[in-house]
Write a protein that binds this ligand. Structure first.
Ligand code: ZN
Length: 234
């Protein structure tokens, strides 16, 4: 075990069949949205030596998004994309979850966060510090469709003020730049995951950084450029 935890919240496309059947868009449209919103292939960026340190959420974000707050403080709730999505990225109504669905998804959400708390505490007990990498990929089209923004970096690093290390962020920036990748801080996404047990606390020993890899970067692999893997999370 190393003092690192890699959180992969959006790499699964699994939606339970009985929930799929309640969708208000067609099965094809749902699957297209599922693929569009998924952080496809991002698990492949994790070096084998760190596979044990991964906590990957096993459901699609269209079913449960563990990176959204459950309460009213969640800004994406306004887009129908809180921890349970009701709208798709085109603004169409996608699901109308029942109370039973909400209870089921809440339980899965809470279980995942309990696991993040537990794994982080284990690392802190052993090492006194824990580096959390919140690992995602993003598509220019997705962000543009949702927010209308343009001009995106190859890699976006998201940070949290109380869980920040200049040394680590500089290290990641230099690694990316060395590979010819452009880097932006907290754009188009900002912040990083901090486990609930430690959120809002100072001097926890936790450094958390979000890595959002632009999907176009991985797409360059087949063009004979240096494999992206080397820009991973070592
Ligand atoms: Zn993501």
């Amino acid at each position: 075990m190393k003092n690192i935890l890699i959180h992969v919240p959006h790499a699964s496309t699994y939606i339970p069949e009985e929930y799929r059947r309640t969708a208000l868009i067609s099965a094809e449209e749902l699957e297209e949205e599922n693929q569009f919103m998924c952080d496809t292939g991002v698990l492949g960026l994790v070096p084998p030596a760190l596979e044990e340190n991964v906590v990957a959420f096993p459901y699609s974000r269209l079913y449960c998004d563990v990176e959204r707050f459950q309460d009213d403080s969640e800004p994406m709730e306004a887009y129908g994309m809180g921890y349970i999505y009701t709208r798709d990225s085109k603004g169409r109504e996608m699901f109308r979850p029942t109370d039973a669905h909400r209870a089921e998804v809440s339980a899965i959400y809470n279980q995942h966060h309990a696991e993040l708390d537990r794994r982080t505490s284990e690392i802190l007990e052993e090492f006194g510090k824990c580096l959390i990498i919140d690992l995602h990929s993003f598509g220019d089209t997705t962000v543009n469709r949702l927010f209308g923004w343009t001009d995106f970096p190859d890699v976006c690093i998201g940070t949290e003020p109380d869980y920040y290390s200049e040394e680590i962020v500089d290290g990641i920036c230099n690694l990316c730049k060395g590979l010819g990748l452009s880097v932006a801080m907290n754009y188009p996404y900002r912040g990083s995951m901090v486990p609930n047990r430690y959120f809002g606390k100072k001097d926890t020993g936790i450094v958390s950084g979000m890595l959002e890899i632009n999907k176009r970067v991985r797409g360059t692999r087949s063009h004979g450029r240096r494999p992206y893997r080397s820009a991973g999370v070592r």
